[in-house]
Design a protein around this ligand. Structure first.
Ligand code: HH2
Length: 262
């Protein structure tokens, strides 16, 4: 899954693709590089990001989704917490709703997901984006994330979302210290064992620098991001959400070729 941030303030590429033409050029590049899914978002979820109005978010993402849909068969995911944005995106051609709040941000989210009939990514986050990194706390981060994700999947199914449309994501860096994220990365098989396809997003995140004990900036974290992608694939994760599609596709292809197939 390649990331297309149509935002002024995303943590690693904010502002780079804010106008539709550069977002579209970026999307085209990720398709050529081998992305199976494009995750298009108009609101940054980084800590301390400012909220975006529904109208502004729609104005950012819909022209990009429409253009990508018109020229490519790539799967399109909309990265949003807002049901109205998800609806506009699905009408424009998205088939997946990636919601970092696991359909909790609005009282309408669950019903909207059921009505749209699209795939949904339910991600775990402790707290909310603006404050989530203030003091994350868990007694047992893997169990708590797993329990939460199962509860959200059950809520989605009870609201009418088809089981086969549900993805889970442990939410690396969302209300988690680097140590919490590392424990989750070591135990991805337990999230995979919940029985839903799992998406993982660790690309260029600060937890990579913390785990590596370096002072790398976001654009210096490709090596660590690829290490996570390979470990995730080995654990049975179905998709990785990444900025650097070409490099990740190559790494996954080589790792796959080397791995013995009994
Ligand atoms: N991470 C980000 C945004 N959306 N969605 C899922 N399912 N999982 C993630 O880990 C995830 C996500 C944050 O990364 P990015 O989009 O690069 O930055 P920003 O939120 O600043 O736009």
């Amino acid at each position: 899954m390649g990331i297309v941030n149509v935002t002024p303030d995303s943590f690693s590429d904010g502002g780079a693709f804010l106008d539709p033409a550069s977002a579209l050029a970026h999307a085209r590049r990720l398709i050529v590089e081998g992305a199976d899914i494009l995750d298009i978002g108009g609101e940054s979820t980084r800590p301390r990001a400012e909220p975006v109005s529904e109208a502004d978010e729609i104005a950012r993402v819909i022209p990009v989704i429409e253009r990508v849909r018109a020229e490519s068969g790539v799967r399109i995911s909309i990265d949003t917490m807002k049901p109205a944005v998800a609806r506009a995106a699905v009408i424009a051609g998205a088939t997946m709703w990636n919601d970092v709040t696991a359909l909790t941000a609005s009282p309408d989210s669950l019903a909207m997901a059921a009505e749209l009939g699209c795939e949904v990514v339910l991600m775990h986050m402790q707290g909310e984006p603006r404050t989530m990194q203030a003091a994350p706390h868990y007694d047992d981060v893997v169990s708590e994330v797993a329990t939460y994700l199962v509860a959200r999947a059950e809520a989605a199914m009870a609201a009418g979302v088809a089981r086969e449309n549900i993805w889970l994501d442990p939410g690396i860096g969302f209300g988690k210290t680097a140590e919490h994220s590392l424990v989750l990365l070591r135990n991805l098989d337990r999230i995979v064992a919940l029985g839903f396809p799992v998406l993982l997003g660790a690309s260029r995140k600060s937890s990579i620098a913390a785990i590596a004990h370096d002072r790398s900036t976001a654009d210096q974290r490709l090596g660590g991001s690829i290490a996570v992608a390979l470990a995730a694939a080995r654990s049975g994760v179905a998709a990785v959400r990444v900025h650097d599609v070409a490099e990740t596709v190559q790494a996954l292809a080589v790792a796959e070729a080397i791995t013995p197939h009994p």
